[in-house]
Design a protein around this ligand. Structure first.
Ligand code: ATP
Ligand code: MG
Length: 413
């Protein structure tokens, strides 16, 4: 029979790769907890409307990337492409809209039907934080500063730049959209086909097009700052003030618009030049209307999501797992005693391994292969005397140790 392969764009995480992946998630979880975020785990499978109501009909995710299907009961369900909509749905479903603010951390798999390439998969993983129910720019700044702290803890901050922008409130954005459409229309015939299609449906998205012909035009496009209402400008200025207070360096980039339709006011990305075209490692912004879309009250909120695979490629490596002890019985008659020693070590919190079979020579080879720090060798003579030979596999030194004293002797390297 032919060997089966993982589904295109999905990957197995094994050994070192999974350890690196876990390191990213564990570090983020630890820092997020320090900053007051509480972990939520929402289902991977959601009612399709959770996403169609929130992400916007024109977003790439909804139009091209969702894994949507009818389940056996005929309901339309979707493998979540992101977790912000699910968190907002959960806030409402769990009756938490009167217990605000809620500061949420999450981590888990997301699914998007995209063209797979380095740093871009169909099943990928995100970590993220959300502050639900806070309209203050201080909440935006805290979200960003916590992201920066996580990047710092992973050793990634030195390779990333924070780019911030404002999308204003609805009034600012409507005014800006008209100005932008007027400008882009004058260059319509030189835009890429995709941007031409977006020009009237979702003109802001033209700003973050990756096509060379669009970028040249967009470079001269008007920015939103001239169109901000007083309230939108106040929010933006307060954000920059608070970022300075948190000590977070930033660069203003008026081209940051984000791909999902739910953002207003703050939009930001932490970008790197170390991952080729997949340069955005962490991205987010303010979404004041999303909880309402889920049937809840008006709940101003802000958050970000980051790709675990992209962070794992940039992050420092975690310390390797502790080197194990190899327990080595010499002859079948002492195997049972060796297993008792093995269990005693493990119970004492010491990582220990014993092969299922093999001669002394084979077992010593295996001890070296698993990079054991010491071998505990038990022959008939040793067992009769209640001792074991302990061989330090780094120095080669050997000593006789009473069985009862083994955990104590082997606790530290
Ligand atoms: P991109 O412009 O790279 O497609 P996006 O705007 O679609 O990103 P978001 O929806 O904001 O990304 O998701 C936040 C982060 O999740 C991204 O910055 C990236 O690190 C990661 N991410 C998004 N899509 C993928 C994917 N298909 N594979 C791996 N990581 C991804
Ligand atoms: Mg995308």
């Amino acid at each position: 029979m032919s060997a089966l392969q993982p589904v295109r764009g999905t990957r197995d995480l094994i050994g070192e790769e999974l350890r690196q992946h876990r390191h990213v998630i564990d570090t983020a979880r630890r820092i997020a907890e320090l900053w007051g975020f509480d972990e939520w785990a929402t289902p991977i499978l959601e009612d399709t409307r959770v996403f169609t109501r929130s992400l916007g009909d024109t977003s790439d995710v909804v139009t091209k990337e969702m894994y949507t299907f009818l389940d056996r009961g005929g309901d339309s369900v979707t493998l979540r492409p992101e977790n912000t909509a699910g968190v907002c749905r959960a806030l409402v479903s769990n009756g938490l809209t009167q217990a605000l603010p809620q500061k949420v951390f999450y981590a888990g798999p997301m699914f998007r039907y995209e063209r797979p390439q380095k740093g871009r998969y169909r099943q990928f993983h995100q970590i993220g934080i959300e502050t639900l129910g806070a309209a203050e720019a201080l909440a935006d700044a805290e979200i960003i500063a916590c992201g920066q702290a996580i990047l710092d803890a992973l050793g990634v901050a030195k390779d990333t730049v924070l780019e911030v922008n404002t999308l204003g409130d609805k009034q600012s954005r409507d005014a800006y959209r008209s100005a932008l459409v007027a400008f882009l229309s004058r260059h319509e015939e030189r835009l890429s086909p995709e941007s031409r299609a977006r020009l009237h449906r979702n003109p802001l998205r033209v700003l973050d097009s990756k096509e060379a012909e669009d970028r040249a035009i967009v470079a001269d496009a008007p920015d939103i700052f001239a169109h901000l209402t007083e309230a939108a400008r106040a929010h933006w200025e307060a954000l920059l003030k608070w970022l300075a207070v948190f000590g977070v360096p930033y660069r203003v980039n008026p081209r940051i618009v984000r791909g999902l339709d739910y953002y207003s006011h703050t939009a930001f990305e932490f970008v790197t030049d170390r991952l080729g075209a997949q340069g955005t490692v962490m991205a987010g912004g303010r979404y004041d209307g999303l909880v309402e879309e889920m049937g809840g009250p008006h709940t101003p909120s802000v958050g970000w999501a980051a790709g675990v695979e992209r962070l794992a490629m940039l992050a420092d490596s975690p310390p390797p797992p502790a080197a194990p002890i190899a327990v080595i019985p010499v002859g079948e008659v002492v195997e049972a005693e060796a297993v008792r020693v093995l269990v005693g070590l493990r119970r004492a919190g010491i990582r220990a391994e014993m092969a299922f079979r093999g001669t002394l020579k084979r077992r010593m080879e295996r001890a070296n292969r698993i990079a054991a720090r010491a071998a505990v060798i038990l022959g008939e003579d040793e067992v009769a005397r209640g001792v074991a030979q302990v061989k330090d596999l780094r120095s080669g030194e050997q000593a006789e140790v009473p069985l009862a004293a083994l955990p104590e002797r082997l606790r530290t390297a």
